[in-house]
Design a protein around this ligand. Structure first.
Ligand code: AMP
Length: 433
């Protein structure tokens, strides 16, 4: 599926997608949306970072629009259960973004905060309720929530919910739901106990699986520099003063951005070429040939333009902007360290891109080490934490804990294996975040 027009989604949703800059469905979206639009139950084997939230939110919002009804008081038409308050908030925000301008009532319910506002939101009646299981059970027990009007049940990150001990609350919640409903069940892993739970809760589900490109090569040393957006171009010029950067691909989010960055580099005397969708095939081929041949040290590209191109000997990747979709980070970084060579990837992250960085760290299960430039005060964002609603509260899924060093210590870690030489432009290490 090349774009979102073929799904039969209502116009306001397609407009919202365009505004959000989503032009092409991710694989899970391409697979899941038609199944859900047909009213089937779904088991999705997918992890965060694959675009699964929009994969379930879009068909649900489409149905709510097509079949307008008053929101049930004390409850909701759509119930999404998620393991952590952080994820629940993100899901609710995605529903809000995707239904921008539409009169839907969307609320989040999670533990650790007072009950009052949540009770009032429930009393008003909701279209979409995103909840962590423990607090929702509290509301059910207190009889301030009533789930008899639920038409959709979404269980997100089921493996993590079970890890957190939510099986009993989930069963308790499901007991209160109407029998006739559409069920969506997402988990990154599908061991037997989870498969059994799906068989118990779902009716004749269709299954889709996506395996995200989630692992970056260990030979790539990945770092992040926190820098204001306005300083990024100067920073890039400073980075490229390093003569070791002989073959660098600079990724930008937009085509115009690629042109601007290439111009900045050219003005600074650094040979740079841009490739993006507005260039003709001939222009792109000439730029690639010149870059391959070493006639220009830097190639500035958008994700789409860089897709499928294969260039040997790329020494550095610079993410001038972080990608919207975390998987794109993995693809970008995969352009270096080919055929056993080493490589380095530097991401320039401004204040508005912290969530994207976190999403990348979650997907790759790496803590990307931050570095500071000489004379440059890198801001120190708060450490990344994934708060769970209840105890026990591991801050990460269980399936690859060894790759995420955060819980062991808040000290910055270089989560890379392999090459440990300090990049030439790195003034100081040990910069905490
Ligand atoms: P999720 O797996 O739902 O957490 O989504 C991961 C990230 O991808 C989120 O930041 C979304 O905003 C973004 N995203 C989801 N679908 C698309 C798409 N079709 N195009 C671009 N970005 C997307």
């Amino acid at each position: 599926m090349e774009n979102f027009n073929g799904f039969g989604l209502a116009a306001p949703l397609v407009i919202a997608l365009t505004k959000m800059g989503y032009s092409k469905p991710t694989p899970i979206q391409a697979k899941a949306i038609p199944i859900l639009m047909n009213g089937h139950d779904l088991v999705g084997i997918a992890q965060t970072g694959t675009g699964k939230t929009a994969a379930f939110a879009l068909p649900i919002l489409n149905r709510l629009l097509a079949d307008k009804r008053p929101a049930p008081r004390g409850g909701a038409r759509v119930l999404v259960l998620a393991p952590t308050r952080e994820l629940a908030s993100q899901i609710a925000q995605s529903f809000r973004d995707l239904s921008a301008g539409l009169p839907f009532e969307i609320a989040v319910v999670f533990g650790g905060v007072p009950h009052g506002a949540q009770i009032r939101a429930l009393a008003r009646g909701l279209d979409v309720l995103v909840a962590t299981p423990g607090r929702l059970v509290d509301h059910l027990d207190a009889r301030v929530a009533n789930l008899s009007g639920v038409e959709f049940l979404v269980l997100d990150e089921v493996d993590q919910m079970l890890d957190l001990g939510f099986i009993k609350p989930i069963r308790r919640i499901v007991r209160d739901l109407p029998k006739k409903r559409q069920n969506l069940f997402f988990s990154a892993t599908m061991p037997t106990d989870i498969r059994k739970l799906a068989a118990e809760l779902l009716r004749d589900p269709q299954e889709v699986a996506v395996t995200p490109a989630a692992k970056t090569a260990d030979r790539v040393e990945q770092t992040v520099i926190f820098v204001d957006a306005a300083r990024k171009r100067d920073m890039l010029v400073e980075l490229l003063a390093d003569p070791a950067m002989t073959k660098t691909i600079v990724f930008t989010r937009t085509k115009r951005g690629a042109d601007r960055v290439a111009t900045t580099l050219a003005e600074a005397g650094i040979g740079a070429l841009a490739i993006h969708g507005n260039k003709s095939q001939g222009q792109r081929e000439r730029a690639l040939a010149a870059f391959r041949a070493g006639q220009a040290r830097a190639l500035v590209a958008t994700d789409i333009a860089a897709r499928g191109i294969d260039i040997d000997g790329v020494t550095h990747i610079v993410n001038f902007e972080l990608p919207e979709v975390p998987e794109a980070y993995v693809h970008r970084v995969g352009r270096t360290a080919r055929a056993g060579a080493a490589g380095q990837a530097v991401s320039l992250c401004d204040g508005s891109e912290r969530d994207q960085l976190r999403a990348i760290e979650r997907l790759t299960r790496l803590h990307i080490f931050s570095i500071d430039r000489r004379g440059d005060k890198a801001p120190k964002p708060a450490p990344v934490t994934h708060k769970a609603e209840a105890t026990p509260a591991p801050d990460r899924p269980h399936h690859q804990p060894h790759r995420d060093p955060r819980s062991a210590s808040q000290q910055p870690h270089r989560a890379r294996q392999g090459r440990r030489t300090r990049p030439a432009y790195q003034a100081k290490s040990g910069q905490g975040r």
